[in-house]
Write a protein that binds this ligand. Sequence first.
Ligand SMILES: Cc1cc2nc3c(=O)[nH]c(=O)nc-3n(C[C@H](O)[C@H](O)[C@H](O)COP(=O)(O)OP(=O)(O)OC[C@H]3O[C@@H](n4cnc5c(N)ncnc54)[C@H](O)[C@@H]3O)c2cc1C
Length: 299
Amino acid sequence: MAIEPAYEVIVVGGSYAGLSAALQLARARRRVLVIDGGIRRNRFAPTSHGFLGQDGRAPGDIVADGRAQLLAYPNVHWHDGEVQDALRDSEGFIVSCGDGFRASGARLILATGVRDELPAVDGLAERWGRSVFHCPYCHGYELHEGRIGVIAVGALSMHHALMLPDWGRVTFFVNGSFEPDDAQRAALTARGVSLEGRGIACVSEVATVVLADGSRCVLDGLFVASRLRMASALAEWLGCDFDEGPLGRTIRTDATKRTTVRGVLACGDAARMAGSIALAVGDGTMAGVSAHQSLMFGW
Ligand SMILES: Cc1cc2nc3c(=O)[nH]c(=O)nc-3n(C[C@H](O)[C@H](O)[C@H](O)COP(=O)(O)OP(=O)(O)OC[C@H]3O[C@@H](n4cnc5c(N)ncnc54)[C@H](O)[C@@H]3O)c2cc1C
């Protein structure tokens, strides 16, 4: 005889996307379990920007408020831990955590996020989220139109270099990652960007770039494109398809956040290129609604 799943939906990842998904299900009076490892992508940044109504707040405070409001619903359960395995059974999925916790659910929502891999430049990682950033919309304004550096990781960094003059005076450090052609040089000049061809030795102080020949370029902030890796291998284990992007891959979903594997949905940074808190919350809402409707109307 089939065993009824303990939960109707299990949400893996209890940050912006996962909390938002779980909230819709909680309000539909469904039995929901959230399992969270507590390692948010923006944990390095003291403040978060661009999320309506929460601009300038500490990112952890936004999550803490969301969690407290979610846990006020008696049909929601929470487990602090990391899902290390997920199996499909006849009724849905069984997930297992490293601490021995196991649970079953009819639907699985992956809100597991991504992690950032920075180029190998000494001094970058320690400043990530404080004076080294990837997103101008999140952290550009607070540089007060000051001195901004962009460290290239390849030709795709032209995008960063051409955007950032809206936030300050930009120096573009090619750092041997590619050779701008004439058209690219002209585009940089037209936007008032200074091109720096010498290699980088390290980053020091707030955001000072020390060049290989020892000269120093004092800046107020730096931008660099990180390589994105899935924070969890769950989607891969479950057999989900992925989309390849210039900075890494994301879990493929349709507009309702269903993945290519029946019963599995995905939302937040794990399932979109160039994410933000607002987008994660929006995608999480869609995933929660979509999971709920699939329980009634089928997949
Ligand atoms: C330095 C920095 C600063 C940023 N600043 C801003 C900003 O100012 N404004 C803005 O809008 N965006 C900002 N972002 C982007 C923002 O952090 C992300 O868009 C947002 O965190 C995505 O939310 P998410 O819920 O998809 O993933 P995350 O917030 O990364 O959360 C994923 C959650 O899933 C959990 N998890 C992963 N795998 C498992 C598993 N196997 N089992 C259990 N739990 C698991 C993790 O522990 C984590 O708690 C910033 C990013 C960085 C790197």
